[in-house]
Unconditional design. Structure first.
Lengths: 436, 703
């Protein structure tokens, strides 16, 4: 096989790799022929925190960030594009507030993956690794929590209200995994459960319980110092002892106007809570919004929410996402807070007989904002019907390498599995240089 | 490469010089090897660039039609074969989105050119009969060693051909073993690894083995049990040392938890520890297999597998169904007969338990997925939209199974209708009923009965393999195939012969659940200590030591109740109802929610971790433990009220929670903590002790 001669053929061999999807080819060194990722190690990171908005189920690229107004009706779908504040970038008419924040946002319209099943796709996007039966890879937040422990009061990796299990601790210790807040911050009675001591238990007794538990575990393990286990008692004790930590979860102390601005639905209040948490020093927060698996009735699911309503998935996302970016910006936090908006794949170009779209991983969109990236741009294009990347395919590996680099983690750093095998933070990704 | 196409061809065809090229067995494998018909390229359901092939060449007739006749034959040029699109595209003589698949000067192009020159016909000269792979297993001794695999195909016309070059090789674990496109295998890490081979529709596995240590380990003792012979054989070859047998208390607690989902009572523990006979574990197993607690616990297994819960079945259906399942377990009904009845049951589902079987899934496709996942341990779902990329399932299989199940009406009244079809997405017409991987069924009225007969037929071990693998997982802590709902040729078992033997034993002995459980839990492998040795700490796969795993939500909730003496309330059930007997997976209980129960709405995977921070916070600050340990009617307060000594209370809690006595060191350590406290201080200290005990690793895990 001849070595690549031009940039063009580099791209071709890369695509070939994507298309065969053969792991065997990776081992044959095709990746080794790609240009070295020289910028990775040298670049000084700007993002100190990250908020991942995970649109669970696979959001339709064709109805959010990559509309095809010139395509036939069965592809075009029910929604029209609108202009944004960035000339040339058009997005869905139901993202008007996002359109006003577009200078901060970079949309990748040529994300591509071969995995169209929810769990497989989620694992790939949330970890940058394709799922294998032999190893579960850690999600972004878990890698960050593992490599950059915080000063201790707040958990380093929090999910609101919970995380997709494909993006958990993986092979890393369970203590690196996300802390699930557990309840919906849009509920009027929302509070993080069990942060306050039980009636009648004072800090001295808590401390004695901690010692007693340690005694049990030392006897059982037959060792002097008990290695931490997945249950996270140490983290829990710190959280219970910290007043600041509890305050960070108290979303009710936000002004009503702020709460309204984010939207009163789950995703809005979850984004608001995410902002409070990163402000309080949590380096990685996941907001998980379910319901994007829109196999039926796009118009209702994405726009209305209920017949005649205006609270479908897209308008509620619009409020939450735009408010988060604007709020972070107003507080001077956007520049070092990376906001990732994505799901596990896109949706089929052709609308199905139930008026919905099915799974489509071959091309879809991911939006990044803040954290020092260059906003106001669209990276890559999909083809006329949003079926395949037309140019510049971006893989989940590429995205992972870029995110880790932005967060100041060396993507080539080797993590170690419990059975002692080294696994790089990222394998086979190329930096998305347009973002940097 | 300097060889001319014709020279290469001579070399390539040397094995079968007298035969013209056969499309099905020579052209198709070449396209597969080059990746042309993979799911990401032309094998996608919608094809690629206007050219569509069947996934991995599963449909040669269609592929031939598309290559030779579609677009007025543009893809081949009989007059100038080398200028055919079929040659020019993959060799990138002209622009090809998929890049260069093979060289213009290479043997692949040469073979295609000859095939086109000789008429591009589909001869159907022969069919593949079997593959001969050498070696089937590679025992390496050092990291970095290599070995070449060779693959020969035997065909129906008596010919035999070396097909190594057109076999697709894939490592299932790139970090541990590599394989290149010519079949050269290189091992990188110790362990037992798998190389998958694909040629035409055959998928085969080659095992690659590299010991963990340089020196052999002590041989395992001989055993009458085929389980131990298989387990020990692998451990010896991998040079992993065996942990010693579990001590008496560990084995007692483990056996109770695995067979009954509950802890042994203190008097049972004391009697056990005092007794001394060689067959007492076997007798304990028999006693537990005959107990009501066994029936409750293994009814829960069925209830979780079959998704018994009130959302889809309503409380009436769930209750009736659960009660019926319990009767089957109690009577030790042969599993094949029980499942056959489930598949065919009709009637009022509030009155007829088994009629609920298909009600847990809403439509024919969901029923097909549920049936294949729960009973066969296979994920058919991928084959909804396209043929399964990793397995042998096709869209015909998926929609054919759904077609069989389309005539079941699943309101409260379950009955068979004489209509009901599913549309095959490829043809747009009603899918033909089909037993997956087997045959089409012409008679729709008997299709469901045919399916049920096939499922439980004694010469079909698919059901048995899936069930014994699940039973193995529930007792040993890890399935021979993981995940247990993903059995396929490309995900081979860790101990293939063992799974075969267990499945055969299950079928040969009347699909007897208790027999299989007894076989497993009376093995030496089951009775091994969970304490690791130098050399086996990292083993999570080969059963060199007992696998420590967290108690499930239901078991932990019941155990907390048993130790504290304070019951938990579940939904509308009477106080005192145990969590493991709940007929409804959704019975109201914040405790079970926070402990991470399986709600039975989908398939349940056993928890692998001890829980998350929210659960830990709940244990620290929530009412679950705090109320129960301080309750006046609770065991602790009662014992304190009766004036029992610290020593006595300590022994009681150790017996109840850990199924053992405290060691002298433990005893002394704890008694020192309570020494010289005032009455109220003593109460508080004991509460803190009990809290810590209920959170401890020894209590919350099965070891």
């Amino acid at each position: 096989m001849a070595p690549p001669r031009t940039t063009h053929s580099v791209r071709l061999s890369r695509r070939r790799l994507l298309q065969t999807g053969s792991a065997a080819m990776v081992s044959l060194g095709l990746l080794g022929r790609l240009p070295a990722v020289s910028a990775a190690g040298k670049r000084s990171p700007r993002a100190r925190r990250c908020i991942l908005i995970w649109l669970d189920g696979g959001p339709s690229h064709l109805d959010t960030f990559d509309l095809k107004p010139d395509a036939p009706e069965e592809v075009r779908g029910p929604f029209a594009p609108i202009d944004t504040e960035v000339p040339g970038i058009r997005i869905s008419e139901h993202l008007p507030e996002t359109a006003r924040q577009m200078r901060h946002v970079a949309v990748i319209r040529s994300m591509t993956s071969p995995l169209g099943e929810h769990n497989f796709g989620s694992h790939y996007l949330l970890t940058g690794y394709r799922p294998t039966p032999v190893l579960k890879y850690p999600g972004y937040g878990s890698v960050l929590a593992h490599l950059q422990p915080t000063d201790g009061l707040m958990p380093a990796n929090i999910a609101v209200p919970d995380h997709n299990s494909e993006g958990g601790a993986g092979f890393l210790p369970g203590t690196a995994g996300p802390f699930d807040v557990g309840s919906d911050p849009a509920r009027p009675d929302f509070r993080v459960q069990d942060l306050d001591l039980f009636a009648g238990i004072d800090p001295d007794r808590l401390e004695r319980r901690r010692q007693f538990l340690d005694t049990f575990d030392r006897f059982t393990e037959g060792v002097e110092t008990v290695p931490p286990d997945d249950a996270g008692f140490d983290q829990a004790y710190r959280l219970v002892a910290s007043r600041d930590a509890k305050r960070a979860f108290d979303i009710s102390s936000e002004p009503q106007t702020t709460r309204d601005r984010y939207g009163r639905r789950s995703i809005g209040q979850a984004c608001l809570l995410a902002r409070r948490l990163v402000e309080a020093g949590v380096p990685f927060v996941t907001v998980r919004d379910r319901g994007w698996d829109t196999h039926t009735d796009l118009h209702n699911r994405l726009k209305e929410g209920f017949t005649g309503g205006t609270v479908g998935k897209v308008p509620t996302l619009d409020l939450a996402y735009s408010a988060l970016i604007a709020d972070l910006h107003d507080r001077g936090l956007l520049d070092d807070t990376l906001v990732i908006l994505m799901g596990e794949f896109g949706r089929t170009p052709k609308i199905n007989t139930s008026g919905g779209r099915d799974h489509w991983p071959r091309v879809f969109s991911v939006a990044l904002a803040g954290g020092g990236i260059t906003g106001g741009q669209a990276i890559g294009r999909s083809d006329a019907h949003g079926e395949s990347p037309e140019n510049r395919p971006v893989t989940p590996e590429d995205l992972a390498r870029t995110v880790y680099t932005l967060l100041g983690i060396n993507p080539d750093h080797e993590l170690v599995t419990p059975d002692g095998r080294p696994v790089a933070v990222n394998r086979g990704g190329e930096l998305i240089t347009e973002l940097l | 490469m300097t060889l001319t196409p014709s020279l290469v061809l001579t070399v390539l065809l040397a094995a079968t010089p007298q035969h013209p090229i056969d499309f099905d067995t020579q052209v198709i494998p070449l396209l597969t090897k080059a990746g042309c018909n993979s799911g990401a390229c032309h094998g996608a359901a919608v094809g690629r660039g206007g050219f569509r092939l069947s996934l991995f060449g599963s449909n040669p007739a269609l592929d031939h039609e598309r290559i030779v006749h579609e677009l007025e034959g543009r893809r081949i040029n009989l007059a100038r074969p080398a200028e055919s699109l079929l040659i020019e595209k993959p060799t990138e003589q002209i622009s090809h989105e998929g890049g260069t698949r093979f060289d213009f000067d290479g043997p692949e192009a040469a073979l295609l050119i000859v095939w086109i020159r000789t008429g591009a016909s589909r001869l159907q000269r022969r069919q593949l009969e079997r593959l001969e792979i050498f070696p089937r297993e590679i025992p390496f001794t050092q990291t970095g060693q290599s070995q070449r695999l060779t693959v020969s195909a035997h065909f129906s016309d008596g010919t035999r051909e070396d097909v190594t070059r057109v076999t697709v090789f894939t490592s299932t674990d790139e970090g541990a073993v590599r394989v290149d496109s010519l079949g050269n295998v290189q091992v990188l890490r110790s362990g037992l690894h798998t190389i998958m081979l694909r040629y035409l529709d055959r998928v085969e596995a080659v095992r690659v083995l590299l010991p963990f240590a340089d020196e052999p380990v002590d041989p395992a003792p001989d055993s009458d049990s085929f389980i131990d012979r298989e387990i020990n054989k692998t451990l010896t070859r991998l040079r992993i040392p065996l942990s010693s047998p579990a001590d008496d208390a560990e084995l007692l607690r483990r056996t109770y938890l695995d067979l009954t989902g509950r802890l042994p009572a203190p008097e049972v523990v004391e009697a056990w520890l005092a007794a001394d006979s060689s067959d007492r574990h076997a007798r304990l197993v028999d006693r537990l297999l005959a107990s009501d607690a066994f029936v409750d616990w293994w009814t829960l297994w069925w209830a979780q597998l079959l998704r018994v819960e009130s959302k889809s079945l309503q409380a009436e259906g769930a209750r009736t169904y659960h009660a019926w399942l319990r009767e089957q377990v109690a009577a030790n009904r042969p599993v094949d007969a029980m499942l056959r009845e489930l598949l065919l049951a009709t009637g009022d589902s509030y009155e007829q338990g088994p009629a609920n079987f298909f009600r847990v899934a809403s439509g024919p496709r969901e029923r097909a997925e549920f049936l294949s996942e729960a009973l066969l341990g296979i994920r058919l779902r991928c084959a909804n939209c396209h043929d399964h990329p990793l397995d042998r399932w096709t869209q015909d299989d998926y929609h054919g199974l759904a077609a069989i199940l389309a005539r079941i009406e699943t309101g409260r009244l379950v009955q068979l209708s004489d209509r009901g079809e599913v549309t095959h997405p490829r043809t747009g017409e009603a899918a033909l009923p089909r037993i997956p991987g087997e045959r089409f069924l012409n008679d729709r009225t008997s299709a469901l009965a045919d399916l049920a007969d096939w499922l439980v037929a004694s010469d079909n071990d698919a059901l048995a393999r899936s069930l014994v693998n699940r039973i193995w997982q529930r007792t040993m802590g890890r399935g021979l195939v993981e995940p247990v709902d993903d059995l396929r040729a490309t995900n081979p078992p860790t101990h293939p012969q063992l799974l075969d033997r267990l499945a055969k034993d299950f079928v040969d002995h009347g699909c007897d659940l208790r027999r299989t459980i007894r076989l497993i839990v009376t093995s030496d492998a089951y009775a091994r200590s969970s304490r690791t040795l130098p050399g086996n700490e990292a083993d999570t796969t080969f059963y060199s030591h007992g696998i420590v795993r967290p108690l499930s939500a239901e078991v932990l909730a019941d155990a907390i109740t048993d130790v504290t003496g304070i019951a938990e309330k579940y939904g509308d059930e009477p106080t005192g109802t145990r969590a493991v007997v709940l007929f409804d997976g959704r019975a109201g209980s914040a405790t079970l929610d926070i402990l991470g129960r399986c709600s039975r709405e989908g398939s349940c995977q056993p928890a692998t971790a001890a829980g998350d921070l929210s659960r830990t916070l709940h244990l620290i600050n929530g009412p679950l433990l705090n109320r129960k340990i301080s309750e006046p009617k609770g065991r602790l307060r009662q014992m304190l009220g009766e004036g029992r000594t610290d020593d006595d209370i300590l022994r009681e809690f150790y017996l109840r929670a850990f199924s053992r006595h405290p060691t002298e060191q433990e005893r002394q350590t704890w008694l020192d903590r309570f020494d010289g406290l005032s009455e109220s201080q003593r109460t508080a200290a004991w509460e803190d002790f009990l809290w810590a005990l209920l959170c401890s690793r020894e209590f919350t895990n099965r070891r």
